[in-house]
Design a protein around this ligand. Structure first.
Ligand code: AMP
Length: 621
């Protein structure tokens, strides 16, 4: 493993490295501190950032809680589950069974795109906005700029999905230290500081993806033995099962096209999720859909057994993946020492019960399943920036990589569950007399026929000198880097003619496209955020100054000399800050004004309510 030493000391502003769990439903950031990793929670905010982007008609997209609040107000322009679209074509999304309230299109390269106000945005761009939101969150929590980050992806993400994640970070202007598999990150958080040798199963069921990884952890070496999963299976599917139930109940009363109405789709999804979550703690819950505009007011009580019957086949699919992972690692369930649960959907009692029955042991629940991936990413960020060398991570590639050979068969170049980074070289030859080029088709998957695997791209090696059939010796090299991302190079060895190849990604962006997106506003995102904060703070200062002005008499008569002087100075500084655009100055003036106005707020309080509102700002009274 290579170590990157980051110059985080000699910059003007303090800079930090963080771990980012870029989730389907929620995203989180975490940082390493002396005592260990900690999830970042800015004051007064929640740790998790909804992975939702609202794109208004004008201005920059809004991310997180503010965006989620728009889901019902402006359903067509509020995008969720972006992660499911990353590196995917429209045919992968199965829109007939999973209709979305926003418009998904496909470009001529079959790249999925969302149309918002007539403008097309790729999943990579939308994901970049989520990352911009995460960076802002981290900045608020730490008061520092983010220098670089480790980003996690599902272990079962294929090459196109990993490339798409890297592109999203590039568009957001974020340096990626490493892309780490989510269950592997979770195991880092779990196994940190453990000295006993263990074989661990990490069962990770989130909003949109499922992964299971089997690892051995011994003296700081985390070695992934096998990984398996499904990038299209998660809590969203549990929600859809409930939505389907509502649709069936409503079928006689509601015209079918209403089921595709954006307002119906968003409301159904949100109500189903609420009902599902309630069923994790209650024996029954209500599925309630109130859409007066569509003349729908639907209520149904769902019992936990009813819900469990709906999701049972989905839970079985997760266990099928566990069986495959065990078989790949040549392990049996009684050789697993610990089962670690990760992801919000492992809160579903049926999931816990089935996992427990399958592995024959109660899962480890000491770690918060929502936080553990981000915490592990922060550990890895710390390791990669030279923080500790006691941890070594040896991850694997989830899917085999190969080349299509004559007749549509697959020649495997790198087998699944190979430890990364790794490379493999294979010789190919011409099959026709005087042939001057060879076409290669790079695929990923486990099936025997190329048509049944995922196509990663095609390339041609040209300018091979004409030779008799079978004489040319073309060496093709596949290299998987530590992020699990593939590069391919080829060389005609008998003559030394070589070509390095860039695979045109099937569902990815070209370098030029990424550059264009970078130009189109992301570079300014930080500035835009700052501008917005300036406006927000100026408004707050204005409100506070008005309130203080209104209470001038009370201040003059009620405050002691020192407090009055302090307040007068703070008011002057705030007025001065109002004329500038300097964010740190405005922030500190606002904070100072808040502090200096506390004594005034106290004397303004009525004696009776005093106890209840101590510590409020003057403008809140
Ligand atoms: P994650 O991707 O790990 O953030 O997981 C998000 C998924 O977990 C979503 O589908 C949530 O609806 C689901 N989830 C969160 N909390 C609960 C809960 N208490 N019961 C059931 N599912 C939950």
């Amino acid at each position: 493993m290579g170590y990157i030493e980051l110059d985080v000391v000699n910059n003007d502003a303090p800079r930090v490295v963080i771990g980012i769990d870029l989730g389907t439903t929620n995203s989180l950031a975490a940082i390493w501190e002396d005592t260990g990793p900690r999830v970042l929670t800015p004051d007064g905010m929640s740790a998790s950032i909804p992975s939702v982007v609202h794109v208004p008609a004008e201005g920059n997209p809004v991310v997180g809680t503010d965006a989620k609040a728009q889901a019902m107000v402006d359903p067509e322009h509020t995008v969720f589950s972006v992660k499911r679209m990353m590196g995917r074509g429209v045919e992968d999304l199965d829109l007939a069974n999973n209709p979305l309230p926003y418009k998904v299109l496909e470009d001529d390269r079959k790249l999925a795109m969302v149309e918002l106000h007539g403008k097309r945005m790729t999943p990579q761009e939308l994901s970049a906005w989520i990352l911009v939101g995460v960076l802002e969150h981290a900045r608020k929590a730490t008061g520092s700029e983010v220098a670089a980050a480790v980003i996690t992806v599902p272990a079962y993400f294929d090459d196109a999905q990993r490339q798409a994640t890297r592109d999203a970070a590039r568009i957001a202007g974020l340096e990626v230290l490493r892309i780490v598999n989510e269950p592997t990150a979770a195991s880092l958080a779990y196994g940190l500081g453990r000295t006993d040798a263990q074989t661990v199963a990490v069962f990770d069921l989130g909003g949109g993806t499922f992964d299971v990884s089997l690892l051995s952890i011994e003296e700081g070496v985390f070695q992934v033995l096998a990984t398996n999963g499904d990038t299209r299976l998660g809590g969203d599917d549990f929600d859809q099962a409930l939505v389907q139930l509502a649709r069936e109940d409503l079928a006689n009363d509601v015209s079918p096209e209403l089921f595709n109405d954006p307002a119906f789709l968003q409301a159904a999804r949100l109500s189903a999720e609420k009902c599902k979550q309630a069923l994790s703690s209650d024996p029954e819950a209500e599925l309630h859909l109130a859409l007066p505009d569509l003349n729908i007011n639907y209520r149904r009580r769902i019992t936990r057994p009813e819900f469990e019957a709906l999701i049972e086949p989905l839970v079985q699919r997760t266990l099928q993946s566990c069986r495959r992972a065990l078989s790949d690692a040549e392990l049996t369930t009684d050789q697993i020492d610990e089962v670690v649960l990760v992801g919000g959907s492992t809160r579903v009692p049926l999931v816990r019960a089935q996992v427990e029955a399958f592995f024959g042991r109660a899962p480890h629940t000491a770690l918060n399943p929502d936080h553990v991936v981000a915490l592990g990413a922060a550990v890895q960020a710390h390791v990669l920036t030279g923080g500790t060398r006691d941890v070594l991570l040896m991850d694997v590639t989830p899917l085999s990589l190969g080349i299509e050979t004559m007749g549509g068969a697959v020649s495997k170049m790198i087998e699944r569950n190979s430890t990364i980074p790794c490379s493999h070289k294979e010789g190919f030859s011409t099959y026709a007399e005087g042939q001057t080029g060879i076409d290669f088709h790079v695929i990923q998957g486990e099936r025997e026929l190329a048509a049944d695997c995922r196509s990663l791209g095609r390339f041609s090696l040209k300018d091979i000198p004409p030779m008799p059939a079978g004489m040319a010796r073309v060496g093709v090299r596949f290299a998987l880097d530590a992020d699990g991302v593939l590069t391919v190079s080829a060389k005609e060895e008998s003559t030394g003619a070589s070509a390095s190849i860039e695979i045109a990604p099937m569902h990815g962006l070209t370098d030029n496209e990424v550059e264009t997106m970078l130009d189109a506003g992301f570079a300014n995102a930080q500035e835009d955020f700052d501008n917005r904060r300036v406006v927000d703070l100026q408004t707050e200062i204005g409100t506070m100054l008005t309130a203080i002005d209104r209470s001038n008499e009370a201040a003059q008569t009620g405050l002691d000399r020192e407090s009055l002087l302090d307040l007068t100075e703070a008011v002057e500084a705030a007025k001065k800050a109002q004329t500038t655009h300097d964010l740190p100055q405005i922030q500190s003036a606002r904070d100072r004004l808040e502090q200096a106005s506390l004594p005034l707020a106290t004397i303004l309080m009525d004696g009776v309510v005093k106890g209840a509102i101590t510590g409020k700002r003057v403008d809140e009274l």
